[in-house]
Ligand binder design. Sequence first.
Ligand code: HEC
Length: 178
Amino acid sequence: MRAILFVFLVLVATAAASAEGEVQQRQAMMKEIAEAMSQIDGMFRGQRPYDGLALATAAETVRARAGDAMLELFPEASAGNDSQARPEIWERPEEFADLAGHLERLAAMVAEAGRANPDASSDDMRMRPGTPMGGGSVLGGRGTAWPAEGESVTAEHAFHLMMETCASCHSSFRLRRD
Ligand code: HEC
């Protein structure tokens, strides 16, 4: 009996430790994503010199952490502690997974454009005037027009949609810290 209890306690302790590990890992992963996004943002705004390969590397940093890689760091019911994850993640897992998937695909488009234009930012990088941005906003995030499968958008447009993806997911699935 005592041995069983001991095994049980060890299992509980291990589960708690790994949940904590995942929270730290995903927060660190989100920070890496945010850092890469600010590098890309700097180039589109002209605050840093354009470098297509550096742009592609930053976009790859995001891509590699989006999609399934992101979902893996949100195992069932790993909210609580110092986490800002909302329980809705596991109540509406498809919506959460879709957003992680959009981010992955958009980041891949930006990376591809960077590789194709290593030296100079070309017309297919820049947002064209009048490009529809969808009804979504940074505040609401609903109604964003994600590009359809196979549809191509300019790199800058894809980058704006990446930022809307962050905002959409955070507004639905992340707790606000006061
Ligand atoms: C699929 C949903 C989703 C997407 C997409 C997403 N995030 Fe997050 N993000 C979250 C959740 C949930 C948390 C809270 C994680 C926690 O505390 O356990 C978070 C936390 C963060 C944090 C805080 C990390 C910390 O130190 O606590 C930052 C910064 C962040 N995200 C940046 C971004 C950026 C930038 C993007 C877009 C490029 C993005 N996220 C895309 C869901 C998402």
